[in-house]
Design a protein around this ligand. Structure first.
Ligand code: ADP
Ligand code: MG
Length: 676
């Protein structure tokens, strides 16, 4: 613009020739030309226009013709807007205008523009205002975008309003419950469906916690759900709400947190629930009926078996009596053997029932299971018949297991009989032992504690089992065998025994291929003693002089029987019929070398409690519990303190005598040791 000004012919302009410009004008012009900020000067009576490069852009196509022209001619279209401000400047007053809207014509058409600018008076040397100076910036773009933003904002607000109207409509019209609660579960709002379904009005519930309305049984679940929904969206949760008029309704909830609150939506599902429950009740009733039928079958069979055995016993006794009266004593032995055999079988029968009810008294001992299996090889082979090959494979270095050996033998025999039944045309039975280390994953998979186990597996090459049969095989009374052949108790008994032994049992089977049933038993950390020596008692042990045994049992015949045995062996026997009497004897100074007691006793204490109480007074007291069944818990599930032992009814006399002898001797030894 400097060059343009120097080249301009000023003679015809209202400003007059350049050389004649007064000093203030020159100075202002020079300041303006040196600035990058848009500026102009209007000078003299007609306000001749001078501007810099930055301002030329604002002029659009009015540049360059505008140079030296009168201000009012150049900006005629906005003159009415700016003239009052110009007049104030020319009167000596500086002004500042921000974002002033101006409708101007600078590119062949009208456009809306906005400007921020200041007008300042410029004085001659004598102080008169001879012109004005403007510093300006176009703010059109800024103003426009602000306007757009404002519009957007309005639109957004409209949308939000629409959305909340919609939510409101939904809130009012939906069939589903809608509630807003806070993190503590206190109601902030409930919709009309809430009242329709549950009877409670907003006034009833707002400000109260949901727990005032949820059934007590569902409180824990609801509180967990609440905790969850505080943080993130809740997957479906079902609970029961009390109805205002009594009863309850099932509600299925989904919920999500939003700004410290929880928005939950609930579907009323009582009808669905009732249908499902009715169905499962029918199923349960059916199962129950099947079970009852099976129980009926079983008890019928048992009664029959017992009758036979009783007939054998009482018949033998009768015959014994007759023969004794006749003096034909040689025949007595035969009947005695027959009666004892029948009694043994009856005992075995009750044992099976108790095992199945998992109430048998187990006597776990460190056991070499491979040796036990080898020892049964011949018996098993005889039982399954010559059509089946029986192999026993004992792992070398197999760990000992802690288990009740006779029960394990029983289980093994049962598995082999099942295998035989599955191979009517013959085949092979393989009995194998192995060490198994159950890591955490395997343990979880087998549903047993992590650790080391000894496994005993029986594999056959028989019919195999379908998955449905595998799923039910452990159920008591489940059998696929014809009536009279299968009781359905074999595997359930083995299951109960394995569980009670701290182990597990698993079936691996494929139809047409065969079956493996594997029993896992907890490893025993120690060495198994060879106790075969103790088993044979050639002669019944005789007592030392004065050794006394206290017998506590409420059954007089049992008491009499034991007393007779003891006295035969040379022991002094004291009898008591209940725990109170027993304890009185125990708390006296009478010599007692051993207490033999039933577990279930009248007199306010059971046998175990009585023995524990007596030990306060006689810490070394030896105790032998004799028990029929069901008293495992009382006897600490087979883990008794030292000096206490269990004998299961019915017991063989020689067995009992041996136990009594060994317990008394152990007691004497301990006392002697302490003395020395
Ligand atoms: P039971 O032998 O009296 O039927 P169990 O409890 O011993 O009762 O067995 C239940 C059922 O499991 C059997 O009836 C049979 O269907 C199935 N089962 C058991 N062991 C085997 C096996 N080794 N092979 C095929 N099926 C078997
Ligand atoms: Mg069976």
């Amino acid at each position: 613009m400097g060059a343009r000004m120097r080249a301009h012919d000023w003679s015809r302009s209202p400003l007059g020739p350049l050389e004649a410009w007064p000093a203030p004008l020159r100075m202002t012009v020079s300041l303006m030309l040196n600035s990058a900020f848009p500026m102009f000067i209007a000078w003299g009576q007609e306000l001749g226009f001078i501007y810099n490069d930055a301002y030329a852009e604002i002029l659009g196509n009015k540049h360059p013709a505008a140079l030296g022209c009168p201000f009012g001619v150049i900006w005629s279209e906005i003159w009415s807007d700016i003239n009052p401000l110009i007049q104030r400047a020319m009167a000596g007053e500086a002004t500042f205008s921000a974002d002033l809207p101006l409708r101007m014509m600078r590119r062949g058409q009208y456009e809306d523009t906005w400007f921020t600018f200041s007008y300042s008076p410029v004085r001659e040397e004598d102080g008169r205002v001879a012109g004005m100076f403007c510093c300006c910036v176009e703010t059109t773009a800024g103003v426009r975008s602000q306007a757009e933003l404002a519009e957007l904002n309005i639109d957004l607000e409209r949308q939000v309003a629409e959305r909340s109207r919609e939510r409101d409509r939904l809130w009012r019209n939906t069939q589903d419950i809608q509630v807003i609660i806070d993190g503590a579960g206190v109601f902030h709002a409930v919709n009309p469906a809430f009242t329709a379904i549950l009877g409670w009005t907003p006034e009833d519930v707002i400000g109260r916690p949901v727990f005032d309305f949820v059934l007590p049984d569902d409180e824990a679940l609801t509180s967990r759900a609440l905790e969850h929904a505080r943080v993130e969206s809740l997957p479906v949760v079902e609970n029961r709400y009390r109805h205002k008029q009594g009863g309850f309704r099932w509600i299925s909830w989904v919920a999500a947190p939003e700004a410290e609150l929880i928005y939950a939506s609930g579907r009323h599902i009582t009808a669905e629930k009732e249908q499902a429950e009715a169905l499962s009740r029918t199923e349960e009733a059916l199962r129950q009926a099947q079970k009852m039928e099976a129980v009926g079958q079983l008890t019928g069979g048992l009664a029959h078996d017992f009758n036979n055995l009783l007939a054998g016993i009482s018949g033998s006794l009768e015959l014994m009596q007759t023969r004794m009266q006749q003096g034909r004593l040689t025949d007595v032995d035969r009947y005695m053997t027959a009666a004892q055999g029948a009694a043994k079988r009856a005992a075995a029968l009750t044992h099976r029932l108790l095992a199945f009810s998992r109430r048998q008294t187990l006597d776990p001992k460190p056991t070499d299971v491979s040796r036990l299996a080898m020892g049964m090889h011949e018996l098993i082979q005889r039982t399954v018949g010559p059509g089946i090959l029986v192999e026993v494979v004992g792992a070398t270095g197999a760990w000992p297991a802690l288990v009740d050996p006779p029960q394990l033998e029983n289980a093994l025999l049962n598995l082999c009989i099942n295998a035989r039944d599955a191979m009517p045309d013959g085949g092979t039975i393989t009995i194998e032992t192995a060490n198994k280390w159950m890591d955490e994953r395997a343990a979880r998979q087998h549903d047993m504690p992590e650790g080391q186990y000894l496994s005993l597996a029986v594999t056959d090459t028989g019919t195999g089992m379908s998955p449905e049969v595998v799923a039910r095989a452990f159920d008591p009374f489940f059998t696929t065998k014809p009536i009279g052949e299968g009781t359905g108790l074999g595997l359930s008994m083995i299951y109960g025994f394995a569980q009670q032994s701290g182990g597990q049992v698993r079936i691996y089977s494929e139809v047409g291929q065969g079956t493996t049933v594997c029993i896992y038993l907890p490893r025993y950390y120690g060495v198994v003693e060879d106790d075969t020596a103790g088993e044979q008692i050639a002669e019944l042990p005789r007592s030392e002089a004065g050794e006394t045994v206290l017998i506590v049992d409420d059954e007089p015949t049992v008491r009499m029987l034991i007393t007779d045995i003891l006295e035969d062996l040379g022991y002094a026997a004291i009898e008591a019929g209940d725990s109170a009497t027993g304890l009185k004897v125990l708390q006296s100074d009478v010599r007692i070398d051993l207490l033999v007691t039933d577990v279930g006793l009248p007199g306010g204490m059971n046998g175990r409690q009585m023995a524990d109480a007596a030990r306060n007074h006689r810490p070394d007291l030896k105790v032998l519990f004799i028990t029929g069944y069901a008293e495992n818990a009382i006897l600490s599930n087979g883990t008794l303190p030292p000096g206490m032992a269990v004998l299961t009814k019915p017991f063989a006399i020689d067995n009992m005598a041996a136990r009594i002898r060994s317990m008394i001797e152990a007691g004497l030894e301990a006392r002697l040791q302490r003395r020395s």
